[in-house]
Design a protein around this ligand. Structure first.
Ligand code: ZN
Length: 139
């Protein structure tokens, strides 16, 4: 059976990031020397250049920083999903994460909207990240 073309196969540090998220909890890279959390994953700390790091669980809460609404899919695998919202969310951890935004209409979005992050495994090597309005939060 051919692999689903919609599911990417991450490599390197990205593979490590998505593998950790299989548990449903997103883990962020954290510098072992200065403690800075960073995302996306990279080999050296942007603050102190250290190559030592660990992974720290995120509470998965943040605020909408920016978004785009896709009406014309460039990949036919997403044709039935349009329109869909891709969001950049600033987590309370201090890093920005990109994911799909669900549970809110595009015309109800506003910068600063409180969101929660959900990690859903789609394959053993990939976890789909989605954001949802916080419980009880009106857009
Ligand atoms: Zn550092």
């Amino acid at each position: 059976m051919a692999p689903n073309p919609r599911i990417p196969t991450p490599e390197g540090l990205n593979a490590e990031f998505y593998a950790r998220a299989q548990s449903g909890v997103v883990h962020l890279q954290q510098c072992s020397d200065c403690g800075l959390l960073r995302h996306p994953p990279r080999y050296h700390c942007p603050r102190c250049a250290s190559g030592s790091f660990g992974w720290s669980p995120s509470a998965g809460r943040g605020q909408l920083f920016s978004w785009t609404v896709t009406h014309l899919p460039f990949d036919r695998g997403w044709a039935e999903e349009v329109p869909y919202i891709s969001a950049v969310v600033e987590l309370d951890d201090g890093v920005r994460v990109v994911g799909s935004l669900e549970g809110v209409a595009a015309d109800e979005l506003r910068i600063g909207l409180p969101l929660t992050l959900r990690a859903t495994p789609l394959a053993p090597e990939f976890t789909f990240l989605t954001f949802h309005p916080c419980q009880g939060e009106a857009p």
